[in-house]
Design a protein around this ligand. Structure first.
Ligand SMILES: NC(=O)c1ccc[n+]([C@@H]2O[C@H](COP(=O)([O-])OP(=O)(O)OC[C@H]3O[C@@H](n4cnc5c(N)ncnc54)[C@H](O)[C@@H]3O)[C@@H](O)[C@H]2O)c1
Length: 256
């Protein structure tokens, strides 16, 4: 039982690892013994994180990757496979949020959100799953949001709602197809956490913050690291019989 969460000998890819929740998860994977592959567009940021992880005794490799560009994803996955020889765990964390109702969202912004949050996930899975299938082992964790299952009247983010609900649908469909190959595919739904995405947006929006605290049974945003336990569970053998689930990590925010 003690080893259920152990990731020693596993290779974990984090897409969207250059900041925030993805960088945190990469640190946690390394701490639990996984060899980590860091993917995002900003290679210099990834190199810094790789150095930090290595200095702390872990193993990390960085590859530049724009998840919206098929060639870039294919190339990054090939680099990881050449470097480590396999991929056991994929954390699809790359994401973006743009505020606006359908009326004031430009078609360009709509496409950007859907491209990063949904197409990026599809492309990562398209190139990682074949190796997992041939080895009959895989753990995929897709970062969705509470906004896959609820919306806020104080802040319209319709493209974000649509993209995160699509992540749920994609997770479910893939989970049904690939459980026979011993690949579990689940999603996590974080509530509000401070990150590059939220520091200058949601955390500066007093009305939103106030309503989040008021409605949330925990009366506070998530703290740094509070998502990692759920990600580790879904990435380890502790969740070998768990697939297609959406685990909300939100202090109870979605309890109505
Ligand atoms: N912070 C929150 O409150 C919160 C809540 C719910 C869900 N989420 C989700 O968590 C995930 C991480 O967000 P975060 O809050 O840490 O924000 P963040 O901005 O710090 O991290 C987003 C990551 O995605 C990467 N990324 C963006 N576009 C990319 C692209 N085209 N190719 C490759 N990488 C790309 C960024 O480089 C970064 O590493 C996102 O999917 C977000 O929607 C965050």
């Amino acid at each position: 039982m003690k080893d259920l969460f152990d990731l020693k000998g596993k290779v974990a890819v984090v897409a969207g690892a250059s900041s925030g929740l993805g960088a945190d998860a990469a640190r946690a994977y390394a701490e639990y013994g996984a060899q980590v592959a860091l993917l995002a567009r900003r290679k210099e940021r990834l190199d810094e994180l790789a150095e930090e992880i290595t200095a702390a005794g872990g193993t990390a490799f960085a590859a530049a990757c724009d998840v919206t560009v098929e060639e870039s994803v294919k190339n990054a996955v090939e680099q990881v496979l050449t470097h480590y020889g396999k991929i056991d765990i994929l954390l699809n964390n790359a994401g973006v949020a743009i505020k606006g109702s359908v009326e004031d969202t430009s078609a360009e912004d709509w496409d950007k959100v859907m491209d990063i949050n949904v197409k990026g996930m599809y492309l990562m899975c398209k190139y990682v799953i074949p190796g997992m299938r041939s080895r009959q082992y895989g753990k995929i964790v897709n970062v969705a949001s509470v906004n896959a299952v609820m919306a806020s009247k104080t802040l319209a983010r319709h493209s974000y709602n649509a993209s995160k609900a699509a992540v749920r649908g994609l997770t479910m469909g893939m989970a049904a197809t690939y459980m026979k190959d011993n690949i579990t595919i689940n999603s996590v739904g974080p509530g509000l956490f401070e990150s590059e995405m939220t520091a200058n947006t949601l955390f500066k929006n007093e009305e939103y913050l106030e309503s989040y605290r008021k409605t949330n049974p925990a009366s506070r945003p998530g703290r740094q690291g509070e998502l990692n336990g759920t990600i580790l569970f879904l990435s380890s053998d502790a969740s070998s019989y768990v697939t297609s689930q959406h685990i909300l990590v939100d202090g109870g925010y979605t309890i109505i």
